[in-house]
Design a protein around this ligand. Sequence first.
Ligand code: BJW
Length: 269
Amino acid sequence: MGGIPVSLGPEVTRKMDVQSEVGPVCDIILAAKNVCLLTGAGISAESGIPTFRGEEGLWKTYRAEQLATFQAFIQDPKLVWEWYDWRRGIIASKEPNAGHKVLAEWEELFPHFTLITQNIDGLHQRAGSKNVIELHGNIWKHRCIDETTITENHDVPLKEIPPRCDKCGALLRPHVVWFGESLDGSILHKSFQLSSGCDVMFSIGTSAVVQPAASLPLSAAEAGAKVIEINPDPTPLTGSADFSFRAKSGEFLPILDKELKRQTKQKKG
Ligand code: BJW
């Protein structure tokens, strides 16, 4: 299956003939009974939250192995928690963008709609999405490394670093999935089931390199779904996507949404 790369930089987006660029993909989306989405850090980029990879990415400053593994945490919990505390501060000061808001509205637009995110920032929920599958956890939750109990914590900054469990005094860790750790089995199973059962699968703002999340759109494609990618840069998924829009999600999703709603109205009227 060959992807159709459609370049839509900000200039082009303003000038493009919306119906000819987005029209064909709208027909496919509106015919779908079951729509599934996978989002990544790129969807929050326009809110001002750094992505992981790329020029401005978090890994440019910190090496993944230094901070996003359990070994790194046990070696230096203070360093790891300082990094998370810094990121919590950034996230708390930012707002969901136009892309998050469109996806929140799509929950009502499609009868069967699944939003799967790799993001831990909670911005989809803050934009109004009610059913969000979080593959890599949530930065606003802590987990006791001994008792595995999960607690919500929204303190910015944290009161103590590293934080400790109120009940047993053991170290608390961020309730996120680090490299080398397994994702929650039931969440992963459900995500693959939903991806391989959908008619249309979006991959939005993800570099599509981190497994097993990156396999979700591929499993959808293998099961016959149309795959639509939205990303300013090409990714390893691009060749397998039916449509690959080179665009920022916060700019492109509102355009797509407007056209979907226009076509829906036209069909009804
Ligand atoms: C825009 C934009 C705009 C910019 N609009 N777009 C083969 C098979 C299976 C596993 C592996 C394998 N090979 C290696 C592994 C292990 C590893 C892995 O995948 N490594 C790869 C790097 C090779 N996977 C794991 O360890 C996973 N566990 C696992 O597999 O368990 C079983 C196992 C155990 C032991 C051994 C082997 C298997 C766990 C992965 C956990 C990932 N955790 C992190 C950190 C979470 C906590 C935290 O945030 O602190 O999750 S890493 C980081 O990457 C984070 C993200 O969710 C994840 C994905 O990143 P994402 O979202 O794609 O962001 P970026 O920055 O990469 O991309 C942003 C994109 O946005 C770019 O493309 C931009 O162009 C674009 N963009 N502006 C739209 N405005």
